[in-house]
Design a protein. Structure first.
Length: 138
């Protein structure tokens, strides 16, 4: 068995944003040379998420509305976490959306169901962030 590690780097200019990273992950799988195995993709920051779903703009809007209802950004004073930062909502949104995803690799390709794509979701942007891609297999 062998493994391959790659990082993606992000610096979104907005507080929140959604980025389709499916091709970046497939590129890492191809670079790894692994034909059969698994790929782990995880956000390396506690205010961002990696998840799998449909790449459809209405759904992306629905995420934003739904998450804002569950963990509204403002007023900042509603959160105890906020001392010198104003990002408690980002921590909660990350918990809801998850830290990582794992995808099977079959014949060197991401083995997806219909419409599945991998996304990076930023909840506290305007700073450098990373995503880890770890491919293991043969």
């Amino acid at each position: 068995m062998k493994s391959y590690r790659k990082e993606l780097h992000f610096h979104l200019n907005s507080r929140r944003g959604l980025v389709n990273i499916t091709q970046d992950v497939q590129d890492a799988v191809t670079q790894s040379g692994i034909r059969e195995g698994l790929v782990l993709v995880n956000a390396m920051n506690i205010t961002a998420s990696v998840f799998i779903n449909d790449d459809e703009s209405g759904l992306h809007h629905d995420y934003e509305v739904w998450l804002e209802k569950l963990a509204p950004e403002k007023p900042y004073s509603q959160y105890r976490h906020n001392g010198f930062e104003d990002n408690a909502d980002a921590h909660l949104k990350r918990t809801i959306m998850g830290r990582e995803t794992v995808v099977a690799v079959t014949q060197g390709r991401l083995d997806f169901g219909t419409w599945e794509q991998i996304f990076y979701f930023e909840f506290d942007g305007k700073r450098d962030k990373r995503v880890l891609i770890k491919v293991i297999g043969e």
